[in-house]
Design a protein around this ligand. Structure first.
Ligand code: ADP
Ligand code: MG
Length: 371
């Protein structure tokens, strides 16, 4: 089922009440968003950016001030939540504590008006099929308190799917779980999504989760959409500085440019094509190489303040007089060993790319050539 969100906006709090500051919060500026049938869309943004508000409006749990929502050709703007054919999963499992797993999943079906309700045999089959899908068929008799967080969240997912929704809405569904379980559930959701072909909108403030799961990501801040793009495009071609900074660790380099060389204290780097004047450039940790010597294009002396091996890479924290704040570099284990890096070691940073966002179009200087 496709979803079309047109000019949806929302301000909380009522006007008036005689107060000067009447406590109004603009939660959403007018938002437009077209979601295709079968897409998995991630809503990504910091806390307070309006993600939950938008999700609740799509669900029909919250009324927008203006705009419209279409599911396919159907205008659901004023349709009751009950009649929108959506499934929900929230961060807090919100299972019924006094019901076992089976009854939790069956709840939506057993609560249907008698005329539409499937027979108890059909309900039983459907529930067991769902429990199999989330690999909990052996847990049907258990109560929520007898399940781990990850298992409870799988029950929530099965419950949300019981009514065969056209649209699945998830609000930070894995937020309360530990990293390993989250990883497993993500793979899971992806799998179910492909198998059952519903359309999903899920909220997260975790960039890795959004990039890993989504067909497209909607990056939000302050009630506005900053960019809508595939994970790859978002990472490689961020529309603006906010998106660039939100999607990963960022190092800053500020200095004065003269004749295509940026100078900052005793540090220098070639910046081909950049006009004279004060500039701020950004680079990601993996866009720094470390060397024992400066090069003709970069003289950026740094010293190592911390070394953290994580997975396939080593994270190196760097500082220098000319740096306003520490830098983070991620390098390969091979480079780490070759350079025999220890805390206190003095090295030279070599940027492979620099990004600037002060121009009307974001610009990436890469690769930096020898000037
Ligand atoms: P997110 O889910 O991205 O953290 P929310 O949609 O929950 O953001 O909130 C967006 C803004 O609206 C925030 O400033 C929040 O404080 C405000 N807000 C959310 N719900 C309400 C409410 N029921 N009443 C008043 N303000 C609210
Ligand atoms: Mg929220």
């Amino acid at each position: 089922m496709s979803i079309r969100i047109s000019q949806i906006d929302k301000t909380y709090g009522n006007k008036g009440h005689g107060r000067k500051d009447d406590g109004r919060t603009r939660a959403l500026e007018p938002i437009d968003l077209d979601i295709q049938d079968g897409e998995l869309i991630g809503l990504l943004g910091p806390s307070g950016s309006g993600k939950t508000t938008l999700l609740r409006i799509v669900a029909g749990l919250e009324q927008a001030d203006g705009g419209s929502i279409h599911f396919g050709e159907r205008d659901v703007t004023h349709v009751h939540v009950r009649d929108r054919r959506i499934g929900f999963v929230f961060q807090h499992y919100a299972l019924f504590r006094h019901m076992n797993v089976f009854d939790n999943v069956a709840f939506g079906l057993t609560a249907m008006p008698r005329a539409q309700r499937p027979s108890s045999g059909e309900i039983r089959n459907r529930v067991m099929q769902l429990l199999e899908m989330v690999r909990l068929q052996d847990f049907a008799e258990r109560f929520p308190a007898q399940l781990s967080g990850g298992q409870q969240q799988r029950v929530s997912l099965a419950r949300a799917l019981a009514l065969k929704p056209d649209v699945l809405l998830l609000d930070e569904p894995f937020g309360a779980l530990d990293a390993k379980v989250r990883q497993e559930l993500r793979r899971w959701l992806r799998h179910l999504h492909e198998e059952l072909h519903f359309t999903s909108l899920f909220v997260t403030h975790d960039q890795e989760e959004a990039l890993e799961l989504s067909d497209r990501v909607v990056v939000m801040s302050n009630g506005r959409v900053e960019q809508i793009a595939t994970p790859d495009t978002l990472y490689r071609q961020p529309a603006n500085r906010f998106v660039f900074e939100f999607l990963g660790d960022v190092n800053r380099l500020e200095g004065d440019i003269e004749e295509e060389v940026l100078t900052c204290g005793n540090a220098r780097v070639a910046v081909p094509g950049v006009e004279n004047g004060r500039q701020e450039l950004l680079l990601r940790p993996h866009e720094i190489r470390l060397d024992e010597q400066p090069s003709p294009r970069a003289h950026l002396p740094v010293s190592v303040t911390a070394v953290v091996p994580v997975g396939a890479e080593v994270r190196i924290e760097l500082e220098a007089d000319w740096l306003g704040e520490p830098w983070l570099a991620t390098i390969s284990h091979a480079d780490f060993e070759r350079l025999a890096i220890t805390r206190g070691k003095r090295l030279y940073a070599q940027p492979s790319r620099l990004h600037r966002f002060d121009t009307t179009r974001p610009q990436t200087l890469a690769p930096l050539s020898v000037s």
